[in-house]
Design a protein around this ligand. Structure first.
Ligand code: PLP
Length: 384
């Protein structure tokens, strides 16, 4: 039977096993412990921020970051329409409304001109904007050089959804450090994994301790169980933090591997008319992206085939692919949400295809993927 090749499978091995076993033997099998503390310190150092709070998901991190900023009912939060649903869900959890803004078709990141136009609106049809959540799409930082001054001009805090971007940077500055608060994900398919987990990072000590407090059921620091407000059970297990510490040690090599795969795709599609790599307007390493997923964008009028047809062809050959995120303004759950659109996200959804990009992908597997792509591009369209 042909082995299945996945889009982005976990890359774990002996080092992770060693850290996990050591943590179990330490007896700290709880949602706190020395590995949680160390993981927070190490990730804060890696990101160049003062504080980090380990959580059981990035979704929880986005939720707490918004709560800590005081976001709630009667307010709105700007979210790029091209993102994973967690970004918008976290807004909904607070009782605020997401407002969807379209993306820059070149990179898939939030369209800052459109964001500026939205913030400049003086009519009061929408609830006041209380935060903006740029997403570092597929591991490439949003355009913070232009975005941060726009948000600062209105005094609006930025929550950086860096769930896909750990290890990426922009002009030498690490992803996650651009907003008032940044959020990372360690889900199974992300750049590194704890099987499930997340982290809030910030230079704001009050914001960090507020997140920490809310994540532990808002328990007051007294011996009896005292609670003055509703909290959440969002803390990360010490065992999973140990797994995360091992992964963090290997992060650079995992990013290097993903960049290598990106370069091989770039070469494979270089002469193919009507195909570009999303966000590939230079050398991947220069751009600072972590190359979490490599996405091609197909112009069927020029290529003679669609992204979906290549996806089907690869699926039949046990090679996993995926469309880019279905835009939030197209999701039934957010059907009535406010939006400012140009059509860019819709076009990327129609014409984009994410290819196997995981750092655990071996050379032989990658050769199989590229050989299948070459055959398809050369005219073999059979859905055998
Ligand atoms: C994966 C992802 C999340 C959610 O991360 P979890 O850790 O699974 O909660 C949020 N935002 C984006 C952009 C993501 O890709």
């Amino acid at each position: 039977m042909t082995e299945q090749i996945y889009l982005s499978s976990p890359d774990v091995g002996a080092l992770e096993e060693e850290y996990l076993v050591t943590a179990i033997r330490s007896g700290w099998v709880a949602p706190s412990g020395p590995d949680v503390d160390a993981f927070e310190r190490e990730l804060a150092a890696r990101t160049g921020v003062d504080h980090a709070v380990a959580l059981n998901s990035a979704t929880a991190g986005l939720h707490l970051a918004l709560l800590a900023l005081g976001v709630g009912p009667g307010q709105s939060v700007v979210v790029p329409t091209l993102t994973f649903v967690a970004t918008a869900n976290a807004v909904a959890y607070t009782g605020a409304e997401p407002v969807f803004v379209d993306c820059d078709e070149r990179t898939g990141n939030i369209d800052v001109d459109l964001l500026a136009a939205l913030l400049a609106r003086t009519d009061r049809r929408w609830p006041p904007v209380r935060a903006v959540i740029p997403v570092d799409m597929f591991g490439r930082c949003a355009d913070y050089h232009t975005l941060l001054p726009v948000c600062a001009a209105y005094g609006i805090p930025v929550v950086e959804d860096a769930a896909e971007a750990l290890g990426a940077s922009l002009a030498g500055r690490p992803a996650g450090s651009f907003g008032h608060v940044g959020v990372f994900s360690f889900n199974g398919n992300k750049i590194m994994t704890t099987s499930g987990g997340g982290m809030v990072v910030t230079d704001d000590e009050n914001l960090a301790s507020r997140c920490r407090h809310l994540a532990a059921q808002a328990r007051q620091p007294v011996a009896h169980y005292e609670h003055a407000e509703v909290g959440y059970n969002y803390r990360l297990s010490n065992l999973l933090a140990a797994l995360g510490r091992a992964q963090l040690r290997r992060l650079d090599s995992m990013v290097a591997r993903r960049r290598e795969l990106r370069a091989r795709y770039a070469k494979a599609f270089a002469g193919v008319p009507g195909v570009r790599l999303l966000g590939d307007d230079g050398d991947a390493a220069d751009l600072g992206g972590n190359c979490w997923l490599t996405v091609i964008v197909v112009d069927p009028a020029r290529s003679g085939w669609t992204a979906a047809a290549l996806g089907d062809y690869l699926t039949r050959r046990h090679i996993e692919t995926r469309p880019v995120w279905k835009p939030m303004h197209r999701q039934p759950v957010f059907a009535t949400a406010h939006r400012m659109l140009t059509g860019a996200a819709d076009r990327l959804f129609a014409n984009g295809l994410a290819l196997p990009s995981g750092s655990a992908l071996g050379d032989e597997q990658m050769s199989r993927v590229l050989a299948a792509i070459h055959r398809f591009v050369d005219g073999d369209r059979a859905l055998r």
